[in-house]
Write a protein that binds this ligand. Structure first.
Ligand code: FAD
Length: 465
């Protein structure tokens, strides 16, 4: 018989949104059930953030092993066994997804394997291959994430790959075409370029990574080109012909049709939320434009006991945003007055060098009529960066002119992904340029660049004139 199992909070999806929400809700005293149809950890741990960073790290090691002659190191015969790279990457993923399972169990969250489907606003059916079970919930959190958009002219096949396929190649390809110069295309294209693959990026707009300032993306572009990559902007990808061993991609640029032959084409043109096969209409949850679910400041949908977080809601589709919203939703369910504030959410690209941004850019601040100081400091004036043979890039600090309040920062340079955390903290804590300048940073570290940019904002830097 199918009697309903009762739970307080039911979470659908165990990605960085869902599993964090489940843990926090359990910590706050709820009886929590989490439903996952795939693998714990979601896109991020299994086929997103983590495996991509593993591949990028391996490519970077290989590339630097071959190109450290400036330091007096020449290495002959540097080789990659790509199946071992893949096995190592899989091991990293497995450690983390196993860790998530342990954390959920340790917090007494009930893990249910199967696909959830809403029956009404207090009931879901969970189906797996041979059974179905009904759950009744007081509150639910939708954390079903997103999947790659498939272009009609580029149906996924053995050689037309989405990001999941691109991460799973068994051999280093000779040549790939990447459609879409966003962060996923640039990161994966860059990783394979480091392994020696010829990379052709087709980007529809006039710049790759166009969410970032041109001065930043220009450095990444230059480095990609140095590695032999070809970047074709304002290019409209039109179609693909596939043979047993190759693809030929046709595209239009300046009104002319061109084509390029490669081993694979990666289609990385964005993602769509998984909100279409969830029975949301039966629960009364409204789905907005392009499948997005709109929420209030506490992550509540239009149905008061159903929340939504992560890639299914508006805003940048990033893992740390999903996890942040997860905590807000769990706390809201527990009756806390928590609300979302997106100002401190960083965006990072794991390119060469890394790009990172938090808060306002100079342009955004000016567009909003905020009187600002934009203070730049180059990595080339930092001792640690030079001693790392990685002195390319800059940090730009955006502060409010009237009081020096830190409202944003952009970094292009090595370890930008880690350095941006200090700037996010400065924004969250309401710090000023003086606070950053008077914080003693260890020498020699890349962190000193942040301190120095604050000195620039104050008008009296020590290490540049
Ligand atoms: P997801 O991680 O997508 O998890 C949703 C889960 O819900 C899935 O496991 C799915 O199986 C499950 N599910 C869906 N429907 C149902 C259902 N009906 N019943 C049961 N379960 C269901 N972000 C970053 O911040 N940094 C990065 O470096 C980064 N790199 C990325 C690289 C790549 C190649 C890709 C593709 C993405 C990357 N992202 C990165 C984005 C990041 O992966 C997502 O923003 C993040 O995973 C979203 O988390 P989520 O919890 O909303 O959903």
């Amino acid at each position: 018989g199918d009697f309903a199992i009762e739970t307080d909070t039911l979470v659908v999806g165990a990605g960085p949104g869902g599993y964090v929400a489940a843990i926090r809700a359990a910590q706050l005293g709820q009886k929590v059930t989490i439903v996952e149809k795939g693998t714990l950890g979601g896109v991020c741990l299994n086929v997103g953030c983590i495996p991509s960073k593993a591949l990028i790290a391996a490519g970077h090691r290989y590339e630097t092993a071959k190109h450290s002659d400036a330091m007096g190191i020449t290495a002959d015969n540097v080789k990659v066994d790509f199946s071992k790279v893949q096995a190592w990457k899989a091991g990293v993923v497995k450690k983390l997804t196993g860790g998530v399972e342990g954390l959920l169990k340790g917090n007494k969250v009930e893990i249910v394997r199967g696909e959830a489907y809403f029956v009404d606003n207090e009931t879901v059916r969970v189906m797996d291959e041979n059974s179905a079970q009904t759950y009744k919930f007081k509150n639910a959190i939708i954390a079903t994430g997103s999947r790659p958009i498939e272009l009609p002219q580029f149906k996924y096949t053995k050689r037309v790959l989405d990001s999941t396929g691109a991460l799973a190649l068994e051999e280093i390809p000779n040549h790939i075409v990447v459609i879409g110069g966003g962060y996923i295309g640039t990161e994966l294209g860059g990783a394979y370029a480091n392994f020696g693959t010829k990379v052709t990026i087709l980007e529809g707009t006039d710049e790759i990574l166009n969410g970032f300032e041109k001065q930043m993306s220009a450095i990444v572009k230059r480095n990609l080109k140095k590695k032999g990559a070809e970047i074709i902007t304002k290019a409209l990808a039109k179609g693909v012909q596939e043979t047993e061993n190759s693809v030929t991609v046709t595209y239009e640029v300046k009104g002319e049709e061109q084509s390029v032959e490669a081993d694979y084409v990666f289609v990385m043109v964005g993602r769509r939320p998984n909100t279409d096969e969830l029975g949301l209409e039966q629960a009364g949850v409204e789905i907005g434009e392009r499948g997005i679910i709109n929420i209030d400041k506490q992550c509540r949908t239009n149905v008061s006991n159903i929340y939504a977080i992560g890639d299914v809601v508006p805003g940048p589709p990033l893992a740390h945003k999903a996890s942040y919203e997860a905590k807000i939703a769990a706390e809201a369910i527990a009756g806390h007055p928590s609300e979302i504030d997106y100002l401190g959410i960083p965006a990072v690209v794991f390119s060469d060098p890394e790009l990172a941004s938090v808060g306002y850019t100079e342009k955004q601040a000016k567009d909003e009529g905020i009187d600002i100081i934009a203070a730049k400091f180059p990595f080339a004036a930092n001792g640690r960066a030079l001693a790392l043979e990685a002195a390319e890039g800059f940090l730009k600090l955006v502060t409010r002119k009237e009081d020096g309040l830190v409202i944003g920062a952009q970094i292009a340079g090595p370890s930008a992904s880690d350095m941006i955390a200090e700037l996010g903290l400065a924004i969250e804590a309401g710090m000023t340029a003086e606070d950053l300048a008077m914080t003693i940073h260890a020498h020699p570290t890349l962190g000193e660049i942040t301190m120095e940019a604050a000195e620039v904002a104050l008008g009296n830097p020590i290490h540049i004139v």
